[in-house]
Design a protein around this ligand. Structure first.
Ligand SMILES: [Zn+2]
Length: 99
């Protein structure tokens, strides 16, 4: 099996997962894909997705800013939560979904 092809397919799966449920936590995505948390973050980052910490669910939905200012980050800044609104993709953060 071609490793690169497998990786592409996994990336596509991840992409579809966050598209269909942008509130999925990294931990949930890890379980769904069988990837490592680090790999999940790296792949999503590579695809242009990012999530901002905050809100009642612990994080805002996965989204793509595509060069535009991040609306969630702005929202967090407006609330005075300026502790770098963007999730540090390399930090061992686990989003908690408020069920
Ligand atoms: Zn954003």
């Amino acid at each position: 099996m071609d490793f690169r092809e497998t990786k592409d397919r996994t990336r596509e799966t991840l992409n579809q997962l966050v598209e269909s449920d942008p509130m999925m936590s990294v931990e949930e995505l890890r379980e769904a894909t069988g990837l490592k948390v680090h790999t999940v973050r790296q792949m999503l980052k590579g695809l242009g997705w990012h999530a901002v910490k905050g809100g009642s669910d612990g994080h805002f939905p996965w989204h793509k800013d595509e060069g535009r200012p991040c609306p969630y980050e702005a929202q967090q800044k407006a609330k005075g939560k300026t502790k770098m609104g963007v999730v540090d993709l390399d930090a061992p953060v686990e989003f908690k979904r408020a069920a």
